[in-house]
Design a protein around this ligand. Structure first.
Ligand code: ATP
Ligand code: BTN
Length: 244
């Protein structure tokens, strides 16, 4: 497959730009890359710190045909693909935190944010936004949790083009696998990479907290927790997972 590439010196958010391009009739698959983001977004309205020329700000617009069925688990598939591509670049002690954060040595290295366009019951486009800290070693704006970058993990400057190429290849093959064989074909591999598998955690929403032990994920990509001897599943929507 050929993926078109839209490259910008600066955008508000590569996800926002990809959504605008879709609305304007651009045909996926295509990738939006920017040198800097003025309003990089994280999950649940949070901010993604995006200084110029140091990191990768990448959004892939992709068409989904199977409706909701295809959508379940897609963000976990994307997270796994990002992780595998970074491991292939040599990063060690790398793992996933449900639903789709990438950690190295316990620090946040990359994040994934999926946004939908169109009608999930019909033709549906998804924008897979990926932020990877590449050569960033300090920030003007404070990041309120431990973070790291490829430069820190590998001990040398890293070429962002090779990260983007490696990422596209891996994403392509995992998305293909997901389309052909479904999320079930990826579930076990994902669980093996979960940094908190078997750990006691607290899952929070705006209104409540649930304490439990991480059992794994279900066939939709939901988190399975053992809560007071009973196993329960949780969808990723508005949830946040922390160690207890
Ligand atoms: P969860 O989604 O499970 O609550 P989270 O705390 O990582 O996990 P997200 O919304 O996924 O929250 O990510 C946004 C958060 O990521 C920000 O609140 C900030 O702490 C952190 N962050 C922002 N920019 C960066 C960056 N460039 N590198 C690493 N971390 C960042
Ligand atoms: C998260 O961990 O909360 C997800 C962060 C996702 C950040 C990337 S950077 C490229 C794309 N454009 C955005 O505005 N967000 C994603």
């Amino acid at each position: 497959t050929k993926w078109s590439l839209f490259l910008y010196p600066e955008v508000d958010s590569t996800n926002a730009e990809a959504l605008r391009l879709l609305s304007a009739g651009a045909l996926p698959p295509f990738v939006v890359l920017a040198e800097a983001q003025k309003a990089g977004r994280g999950r649940r309205g949070r901010k993604w710190i995006s200084p110029v020329a140091q990191n990768l700000y990448y959004s892939l617009a992709y068409r989904i045909t199977g409706g909701f069925q295809q959508l379940s688990g897609l963000s976990l598939v994307a997270g796994l693909a990002v992780m595998i591509s970074l491991r292939n670049l040599g990063v060690r002690q790398i793992g996933l935190k449900w639903p789709n954060d990438i950690y190295a040595g316990g620090k946040k290295l990359a994040g994934v944010l999926l946004e939908l366009s169109g009608d999930p019951a019909d033709v549906c486009y998804v924008v897979i936004g990926v932020g990877i800290n590449v050569n960033m070693v300090s920030t003007k704006e404070q990041i309120d949790q431990p973070w790291t970058s490829l430069r820190t993990e590998l001990g040398h400057l890293v070429d962002r083009n090779s990260v983007a190429t490696c990422l596209s290849d891996t994403l392509h093959s995992y998305l293909q696998r997901h389309t052909d064989y479904g999320f079930a074909s990826i579930q076990e591999e994902w669980e093996r990479e979960h940094i908190w598998q078997g750990r006691d955690c607290v899952l929070s929403t705006a209104s409540q907290q649930v304490y439990g032990r991480v059992v794994g994920i279900d066939e939709m990509g939901g988190l399975r927790l053992e809560v007071g001897g009973v196993e329960k599943s949780f969808n990723s929507g508005e949830l946040s997972l922390r160690l207890a």
